[in-house]
Design a protein around this ligand. Structure first.
Ligand SMILES: C[S@@+](CC[C@H](N)C(=O)[O-])C[C@H]1O[C@@H](n2cnc3c(N)ncnc32)[C@H](O)[C@@H]1O
Length: 337
């Protein structure tokens, strides 16, 4: 079964050319920086998305189970807050697995639902869409495949939208990038629309680090896949065996920072006349930040980006939270809007 089998119930738009061009530009710039870095969005090609689905099953990575439990508990309440028929707009939808709880609550309330999935990974979006369309005859799916910023810049606000940003995805955009992201989301919403964030909260360091350093090495494979992607898509010749995955909580940034660390001095071709990249022994490539929030930080961030907190739902351990925000009318203190 594939998306074409669902006729009008599935629509798709792809920004793929941008993805390929941006990948080359960002990888070359990131690997020539003093602190080498590869933006985390490039972790998600077809294999990366499949490996992420394996990560969510790891006992060490308990975020999805905590988030699912909160969604099971609060989805009807969240859906019922709207007085009008809601549209769902999910950013970084991945497998859309946890979203099912909200989709079911919306179907229960309105009889049908329009679901828009925004994700950079074409395979993830299409796989998720086939499963949703097959399982729920009441759902129509619109897939927007590309980077959040490109897509959000071109999405016209549709009244009565509930935007979703689950999986502690906001944690990958610490500091100013989170502000820019939330402002872009705000720009794609109409007044009174809602945004539901699923966020991991600050907790014991060992617990936070364990989630990203699993015993059987699935997270390491997920990280190293970005090097495999560079070799495959750019024709580079990086020896993946020279790199080790490591994730450490950094008090200064409040984030678990993930790195690929070169074991030995080495120099690799970047393919097709692009020159080489050199590593010292122990040199790190930063590949992902996973920020761990406090409630206060989230309040300040929401306020700075023109949202008003309408609900904060957490579990008994205060380990994970669902934060329900409303797009405020007031834009006066927000620069750049
Ligand atoms: C941490 S996973 C979360 C997936 C799902 N929401 C969940 O909670 O299980 C992040 C998802 O966001 C997508 N993604 C990451 N960076 C992105 C970007 N810049 N633009 C669009 N999608 C992105 C990835 O492809 C992936 O599906």
């Amino acid at each position: 079964m594939n998306v074409a089998d669902f006729g009008d119930r599935y629509r798709e738009r792809i920004w793929e050319t941008h993805i390929a061009e941006d990948f080359e530009r960002d990888v070359l710039a990131g690997l020539s920086a003093v602190q080498k870095t590869i933006p985390s969005k490039y972790l998600y090609d077809a294999l990366g998305s499949a490996l992420f689905e394996a990560i969510v099953l790891l006992p060490e990575y308990d975020l999805p189970r905590r988030e699912s439990a909160l969604l099971e508990r609060y989805a009807p309440h969240i859906i019922d807050r709207s007085t009008r028929r809601l549209r769902l707009l999910e950013l970084g939808s991945g497998s859309s697995q946890k979203t099912r709880t909200l989709i079911e609550a919306a179907i229960e309330r309105y009889g049908s639902v329009e679901y828009t999935a925004v994700d950079i990974s074409l395979d993830a979006v299409r796989n998720a869409a086939v499963q949703l369309l097959d399982r729920y005859p009441e759902v129509t799916v619109r897939a927007l495949v590309g980077d959040y910023f490109q897509v959000l810049g071109e999405v016209a606000p549709q009244p009565a939208t509930l935007a979703l940003f689950l999986g502690s995805n906001l944690g990958n955009y610490p500091g100013e990038r989170g502000v820019a992201f939330l402002r872009a989301v705000r720009g794609a919403l109409a007044p009174s629309d809602m945004l539901l964030l699923g966020v991991d909260l600050r907790k014991d360091r060992a617990l936070m680090e364990r989630a990203y350093n699993d015993d059987i090495g699935v997270t390491a494979a997920f990280s190293k896949n970005v090097l495999a992607r560079i070799n495959r898509d750019l024709g580079a010749e990086i020896d993946i065996g020279n790199f080790k995955h490591s994730s450490v909580f950094d008090e200064r940034t409040g984030s678990v920072e993930s790195y690929l660390i070169a074991a030995c001095v080495a120099s690799y071709s970047l393919g097709r006349g692009r020159g080489t990249v050199s590593f010292a022994a122990g040199e790190r490539i930063h590949i992902e930040s996973s920020h761990k929030f406090t409630h206060n930080e989230l309040r300040v961030l929401a306020d700075e980006c023109g949202f008003v907190e309408r609900g904060f739902f957490t579990d008994e351990d205060a380990a994970f939270a669902l934060v329900l925000l409303e797009r405020g009318e007031e834009a006066a203190k927000i620069s750049g809007l």
